[in-house]
Design a protein. Structure first.
Length: 303
């Protein structure tokens, strides 16, 4: 890696990075050591500039409004890392009543939305309705929507464009199946899913998107990508965006990991420089969700 390669990941607003080394093409051992140290500190500085994000996707849970209130009560009384952005996505039926009960530093997200503002679309929710209800986020492109309801990447892109125009912020999900990973197609699949969205967005739109990389084979299976596997894919996604959108968008966007995240594995995953948080499924319905939210808290206290 040379110095000019590293500039692809330097956000324009990151003023703390000062480059004093100019011999980018010098292949001496000394220059390689300097560049290695520089890249290490650069990755840390850039990652620290992105706010850690933890989302809880309740999916079609819990069974009753009373149970949803119990989940909110647990969050309301917990000591949470104030430096982490926390968002929960309950079933749409519970969004408005939970908004009245939820503490102010936790935000709500819908689990899906259509790309039309209104009309004869039975069973759908529009971005305009979510904005009117003061719900700031929506999850789009989740693998369960892609597989069970046959949503294509092009449809997800349409929904993303409509949500941003509403305006909503988007948690955009991408990820590969087990066969695709075994065939060595992880990067190809993720880039293909992103490309459809890239085609309909402007650079400034990416400021309102959080990308959730969720390997399909790890969702609800108990299997989880190793921290090295997750980091490699996150870095690939960031590299792709630096070419397809811009270096500034790539360095500033948050890329979070989802797929059987729990209290036992979240801390190791959170140490990776390109993992900016988590989208949590089943564990968001359990007390350990607090531990996941606080995954970075002790690291910050040591700094």
């Amino acid at each position: 890696m040379y110095l000019y390669d590293l500039f692809a990941y330097v956000p324009s607003g990151l003023t703390s990075v000062v480059v004093v080394y100019g011999a980018a093409r010098n292949r001496t051992r000394r220059s390689e050591r300097v560049l290695t140290r520089f890249s290490h500190h650069l990755l840390i500085s850039t990652a620290m500039a992105r706010q850690f994000f933890v989302g809880g996707n309740f999916k079609m849970n819990p069974d009753s409004h009373q149970q949803s209130l119990a989940l909110v009560k647990t969050l309301n009384t917990a000591e949470l890392d104030s430096a982490t952005e926390v968002v929960i996505a309950p079933p749409s039926l519970y969004l408005i009543p939970l908004k009245a009960e939820l503490r102010n530093d936790i935000q709500l997200s819908a689990q899906n939305a259509y790309f039309k503002p209104s009309g004869a679309f039975t069973g759908e929710i529009s971005p305009a309705q979510l904005v009117d209800a003061q719900i700031p986020y929506v999850i789009l492109g989740h693998s369960e929507r892609r597989t069970l309801f046959h949503e294509t990447s092009e449809l997800v892109a349409q929904k993303t464009r409509a949500a941003l125009d509403a305006p909503l912020k988007v948690i955009l999900c991408i990820g590969e199946t087990l066969k695709e990973r075994e065939d060595g197609k992880t990067a190809e699949v993720c880039q293909g899913q992103l490309q459809a969205v890239v085609a309909v967005l402007k650079e400034a739109d990416w400021n309102k998107i959080v990308i959730a990389y969720e390997p399909v084979w790890a969702i609800g299976t108990g299997k989880v990508a190793t921290s090295a596997q997750a980091q490699e894919t996150h870095a690939d996604i960031r590299s792709y965006l630096s070419k397809a959108v811009s270096s500034n968008a790539a360095s500033s966007i948050r890329i979070i990991y989802g797929g059987s995240v729990n209290a036992a594995n979240c801390k190791e995953l959170s140490t990776q420089p390109d993992i900016d948080g988590f989208l949590v499924g089943g564990a968001s319905l359990k007390p350990e969700f607090i531990d996941i939210i606080n995954a970075k808290k002790h690291d910050r206290q040591r700094l």
